[in-house]
Ligand binder design. Structure first.
Ligand code: SPV
Ligand code: MG
Length: 431
């Protein structure tokens, strides 16, 4: 009896999967790999069903002889262990980004004469509906909110991209890249005060009010499923902050980050070039504790942002504040710096981790952008936020286009660098 292998990375079994098993069965005994959560979050949608249940779902399918867990996206380990004569997959893996997986399997099988069977992908109205429903479930507030904590366990470092609209939300949601055999995608979204304000043509001084900021969140939530970390600026008055926490939690936001400043807040990247005042430890701790008291679920996180390095108050002050904020109930610490080199951030992380092994550390490497995710993770960082790069890439592109139209008195010259009309009109899928 020949051995046939297929890998499932799905939270719902539909007719397409049954068809794959039926086809596979024609070639021999069928082993199904269920892709681990860790591997799935690298390129696929977050599973809506726990892995144990995903295994049981596949075990119940008629014609399946054995179910295993495939730990990695690439098939090296399973092929080495099971030596299948055939690997069966829907033919959707011929196209990017999945084609790199198919290439990997082809190479591994060719070493001993194994074969790939590409089964035509089942995509009818029924399958489309099932798929859509499953995606929509991920966007439900209860499910979305708790996913950040899950990702903190699954991911070495949670990669977060700034978003400020439905469109930028879609970029964070959908962009998947394969590079040198490794898949990656963003895990979460950052609703930056700087970029949310900039998108509205306003300065980043807590001028855009919460009602407007919530509208932005709502636009993003309408079209995405990934968890949201909200830039709550200073959190405002403690009496107001508790309402913000209540609203964010109800909406399904996963975390709010508040910074320890008072008075007129200016963007941290101005540093000491402008007048900015740091809050007292006691007062900021009260604000954190008040937020924690009001929150209703265990899922929501209040993350305390320390501005000591930005305001040149020294490492000792930053570390003392970190300890105090954690004691007051903060679920995470964000440490910020505007130095070109990551040294002071890494020094803070090392010192903080000596006494606190678990509290998540968040960093925003805008200025110290040479540091890699792996380096940050090695120093105990858990969340990295790319806080403004989408806005900063869009602005010069749009400005140049505007200038060139004025220069040439027509749009022909700019067209070659624009997204084709066909692509823009079909960019957004309809329900
Ligand atoms: C933001 O993105 O609004 C931030 C990060 O708060 S920073 O701009 O670096 O202060
Ligand atoms: Mg901000």
């Amino acid at each position: 009896m020949k051995t046939v292998y297929t890998c499932f990375c799905t939270s719902v079994i539909h007719e397409g999967h049954l068809n794959i098993i039926r086809e596979a069965r024609k070639y021999g005994e069928v082993i199904v790999g269920v892709l681990s959560d860790e591997a799935m979050v690298r390129f696929n949608r977050f599973p809506t069903v726990e892995m144990e249940e995903r295994v049981r779902m596949v075990e119940r399918i008629e014609g399946v002889s054995k179910v295993i867990i495939q730990k990695e996206v690439m098939y090296d380990e399973v092929i080495k262990t099971y030596h299948p004569d055939y690997v069966v997959h829907g033919d959707n893996w011929k196209k990017p980004p999945l084609n790199a997986i198919r290439d990997n399997v082809e190479k591994l099988l060719s070493a001993y004469g194994g074969k790939i069977i590409d089964v035509p992908y089942t995509y009818n109205e029924n399958v489309r509906r099932i798929d859509l429903r499953n995606k929509e479930r991920l966007a439900m507030p209860e499910l979305r909110r708790r996913r950040l904590k899950k990702l903190l366990k699954l991911r070495n470092i949670v990669k977060t991209l700034e978003v400020h609209s439905g469109l930028t939300g879609l970029i964070a949601e959908k962009t998947v890249v394969e590079h040198e055999g490794e898949y990656d995608q963003f895990d979460a979204m950052w609703v930056s005060s700087l970029c949310d304000s900039t998108a509205k043509g306003k300065p980043d001084i807590e001028l855009v009010d919460m009602t407007s900021r919530f509208r932005t969140i709502d636009d993003i939530m309408e079209v995405t499923t990934k968890p949201i970390i909200f830039d709550g600026d200073t959190g405002g008055l403690t009496e107001h902050f508790v309402y913000t926490v209540r609203s964010l939690e109800r909406m399904g936001v996963s975390a709010v980050i508040i910074e320890d400043k008072v008075g007129l807040k200016k963007n941290s990247l101005f540093g000491t070039e402008v007048e900015q005042k740091q809050d007292s430890i006691e007062h900021f701790c009260e604000k954190i504790a008040a937020g924690k008291r009001i929150q209703l679920t265990d899922d929501f996180m209040i993350i305390a942002r320390i501005e000591s390095l930005i305001l040149e108050q020294g490492m000792e002050d930053a570390l003392a504040r970190a300890a105090a904020y954690v004691k007051a109930g903060a679920d995470g610490i964000m440490i910020h710096s505007r130095k070109k080199e990551p040294d002071e951030i890494l020094a803070f992380c090392d010192a903080f981790r000596k006494t606190d092994k678990n509290t998540p550390i968040v960093v925003v490497p805008t200025s110290f952008n040479s540091v890699t995710e792996a380096e940050l993770a090695a120093h105990g960082v858990n969340i990295v936020i790319y806080a403004n790069q989408l806005t900063r890439s869009a602005f010069p592109a749009m400005e140049q286009t505007a200038k060139d139209i004025l220069r040439y008195h027509r749009a022909k010259e700019v067209d070659a660098r624009l997204m084709p009309i066909k692509d823009i009109i079909s960019l957004i899928e309809e329900l």
